[in-house]
Design a protein around this ligand. Structure first.
Ligand code: GUN
Ligand code: FE
Length: 422
């Protein structure tokens, strides 16, 4: 594949030479994996004659985007007006999730959702399903048919939610275990134990989720943490014994490598330090945090204390499945917090950084030889304004920044999964 290649060998915040750029580059894919990546002048001559070549000159080739937090059952309630977190869950989210008791509905939404991810350049996602095991089956099947890397799991929820969405500590444990056995590590699919958030699980369910996490090394755990102030106060009332919201998860044995917590807005440095020590990751979800009026993520503090951070859309609390739109709002959230985000840091966060937060950076996230060949082709002339603005740029950083601010699904010219255009 020939085009302008941009990817990261490391975090550009730590090493300014981490961004690798080939103005006229070639990415060689063999059997779905990266064989080599470098300047066209050097690599084209090495290819055997007759090698098929996709010519994307004038376009940018980047690693596929990694969305570290999204809810596929909320596809149909994106952009629901007027509430903050707890009312939004009651009024929009729970009724929408109820419909996933129907496997046909789950299959239809799962297919649409995966196609939308790919149309937006996202090739890997960590997604919530619903409390229904069939909702997990539907998403795994849809991702498998498209050969995507996908992490999902059955939501665990046995209190403080409508009766129609409740499991029990024991059924939640048993159903999750059966899904792990059936799906985890099948093709590119990975399982995440998914307690929705501390308020909707009894202490018994929290403890069993922690046990399941301990019993299955390599399996993920995903939840929400410290998103909204009313939610944080509620958790404090439910758990007077805990030092903090994070401590509720830690006491239940849910803090460790491959534990992934969305939002992480209302934490202190003790919490951040604990997350770093235990190898847990944060998912920064800017469009959701602004839409639900939840708060401003502190990326500087997370980085200073060495916490793994990825970027998430959090649809349907978030307002776009586009990781470019998500970067746009990440930049603005950080501006309001007196911080900034360079284009290099932004695109790193959306690719290798996300992969690192998921402990998948040995498989995806950049074009190192041997990686799975997931990539996106971006057209900087996709709209009249973008074309005009891009033409006025003099540096790569400027051009990437313009894409991060003005880009959305319209700039995604192609998405390749394991080397194959989707
Ligand atoms: N906290 C608990 N459940 C949810 C959810 O579905 N979305 C968001 N944004 N926060 C949550
Ligand atoms: Fe969420």
């Amino acid at each position: 594949v020939r085009g302008e290649i941009v990817h990261f060998l490391a975090d550009p915040a730590a090493d300014p030479r981490a961004l690798e750029h080939f103005a006229d580059g070639v990415l060689i894919v063999r059997d779905g994996h990266v064989a080599e990546c470098g300047p066209a002048a050097a690599l084209l001559a090495k290819l055997p004659s007759g090698t098929p070549l996709a010519d994307h000159r004038g376009r940018l080739i980047l690693p596929g985007f990694v969305d570290t937090h999204v809810h596929y059952p909320q596809t149909d309630i994106i952009a629901s007006h007027g509430e903050q977190l707890l009312e939004w869950l009651e009024n929009y989210t729970f009724p929408a999730e109820r419909r996933f008791a129907d496997p046909a509905h789950a299959a239809e939404v799962a297919g649409f959702f995966c196609d939308e991810l790919l149309r937006n350049g996202t090739t890997t996602a960590a997604a919530f399903a619903t409390v229904h095991p069939a909702s997990v089956e539907a998403l795994f099947a849809a991702a498998q048919a498209r050969r995507m890397r996908l992490i999902t799991g059955k939501v665990l929820m046995d209190r403080n939610c409508p009766e129609f969405l409740r499991d029990t500590a024991e059924t939640g444990y048993a159903e999750s275990r059966a899904l792990i056995e059936r799906w985890h590590n099948r093709d590119r699919l990975l399982y995440a134990i998914t307690p929705r958030f501390a308020p909707t699980s009894t202490p018994a369910q929290m403890a069993l989720a922690g046990r399941l996490f301990r019993e299955h090394p390599g399996v993920f755990l995903q939840s929400h943490l410290a998103e909204n102030r009313a939610e944080v106060d509620w958790v404090a009332r439910l758990h007077p014994e805990a030092r903090s919201y994070l401590d509720v998860y830690e006491r239940a044995g849910q803090l460790g490598m491959r534990a992934l917590f969305a939002h992480c807005l209302w934490l202190d440095d003790t919490d951040r330090r604990r997350m770093a020590e235990r190898g847990a990751a944060m998912s920064f979800c800017p469009t959701s945090n602004l839409f639900l009026g939840s708060g401003l993520f502190d990326l500087r503090r997370a980085r200073a204390l060495g916490v793994r951070v990825g970027l998430g859309t959090d649809v349907g609390g978030g307002t776009s499945l586009s990781m470019l739109q998500t970067l746009n709002e990440a930049y603005k959230v950080l501006q309001l917090g007196g911080q900034s985000l360079s284009a290099a840091s932004g695109f790193h966060l959306a690719t290798l950084g996300g992969a690192h937060s998921l402990y998948l950076d040995d498989r995806i996230g950049n074009f190192a030889p041997g990686k799975e060949a997931d990539f996106v082709v971006l057209d900087p002339r996709a709209t009249p304004l973008l074309a005009r603005r891009s033409a006025g740029c003099t540096t790569l950083e400027e051009r990437l920044f313009v894409l991060m601010m003005l880009g959305d699904d319209r700039v995604v010219a192609a998405t390749h999964v394991m080397g194959v255009p989707m």
